[in-house]
Design a protein around this ligand. Structure first.
Ligand SMILES: [Fe+2]
Ligand SMILES: [Fe+2]
Length: 330
């Protein structure tokens, strides 16, 4: 069976996103972790070390899983540019997962394996990724017997969107804050996470946001249906993140981080998820200086000089190509 030839769709938002994503391409070994072991051993205290390892463990396992989600989203959609974009995102997720594993190996040597094996058996980590995994498994089973519907697809897209718009940025914030308050203890991981955050927030989140908006616009799915699923899922995430925060800080709160700030971040990013889709906010928390700090800190273009001062070997993702405001335009 011959497949339809892909046509270049200049006006498609997915073409623009794909072209932007190609410009941002980076690989796991383009970041140097040479000083991270020293930082973890000599700059971190025990509280910071625990929070760092728990955060990286979750992200590593979750990114590994989400490769599968995007692969199936690519199989489901008809739009061939969107299909390419979803496949590209799946590839991104593999690089993210590889970069966590690579970073842990560069930093901890043989112990890296134990860290990841412990994470695979840690109930708190499994709790934090349970719902996304369940929705993915359900979708894959239905897809494989030809029974996946547009509503099933929307449900998976919403779970991916909220994972990447709420849980991930909160975890990025945690790692960036540890690096900042503990005197650059984990510069390597922090640099890799800036690349990862760029992929997640500027490509993955924006893609899924556009997919949901387009389906609503084209009346393929009711706005009310989408809004209810989003609100219900956010309520679940609030609970999941409260449980995660208890675990994250069970050895104590490191400098710069605490449960109150964590809760604020979850609510802020939840409101952002709703705002971007054009829905009413649930928490109406005020944007504070921590958010401005986060947005500034994660800006890769601003860290060009800093990165060149280190011995990083990859600069290809630093091409200034500012299409970050997509979500505001569509
Ligand atoms: Fe990822
Ligand atoms: Fe992602």
């Amino acid at each position: 069976m011959s497949k339809k030839l892909i046509r270049y769709e200049q006006r498609s938002i997915y073409t623009k996103l794909l072209e932007k994503a190609y410009g941002d391409f980076w690989t796991h070994n383009s970041v140097s972790y040479k000083d991270d072991l020293y930082g973890v051993q000599h700059k971190f205290d025990e509280k910071a070390r625990q929070v760092f390892l728990k955060t990286i463990s979750f992200q590593s396992l979750m990114d590994n899983d989400i490769v599968g989600i995007y692969t199936y989203l690519a199989k489901f959609v008809d739009d061939q540019t969107l299909q390419l974009l979803y496949l590209y995102i799946a590839q991104n997720e593999s690089i993210h997962q590889l970069s966590y594993s690579y970073g842990l190996q560069q930093t901890f040597g043989n112990e890296a394996d134990d860290i990841l094996s412990n994470a695979e058996n840690e109930p708190a980590v499994l709790q934090r990724m349970y719902k996304e995994e369940q929705v993915e498994d359900d979708f894959v089973s239905k897809f494989n017997i030809g029974e996946a519907t547009i509503k099933d697809f929307v449900n998976v897209v919403i779970h991916a969107y909220l994972l990447e718009q709420i849980k991930f940025p909160v975890s990025f914030f945690v790692t960036f804050k540890l690096n900042d308050t503990y005197n650059g203890a984990i510069n390597g991981f922090s640099q890799a996470l800036k690349e990862i955050a760029q992929d997640e927030l500027n490509t993955h989140v924006v893609t899924n946001m556009n997919v949901l908006k387009q389906l609503i616009r084209e009346n393929k799915v009711d706005k009310e249906f989408v809004e209810k699923l989003v609100v219900d899922r956010i309520n679940e995430i609030i609970n999941e993140e409260e449980i995660w925060a208890e675990f994250l800080f069970d050895a104590g709160e490191p400098k710069g981080l605490n449960k109150k700030l964590y809760k604020y971040l979850v609510e802020y990013f939840s409101d952002e998820a709703l705002r971007k889709l054009g829905f009413n906010k649930m928490f109406n928390v005020i944007k504070n200086s921590e958010i401005s700090w986060f947005n500034n800190y994660r800006d890769i273009n601003k860290s060009v000089v800093a990165q060149q001062e280190t011995d990083s070997v990859g600069y290809q993702s630093l091409i200034i190509n500012d299409l970050n405001k997509f979500d505001e335009r569509v």
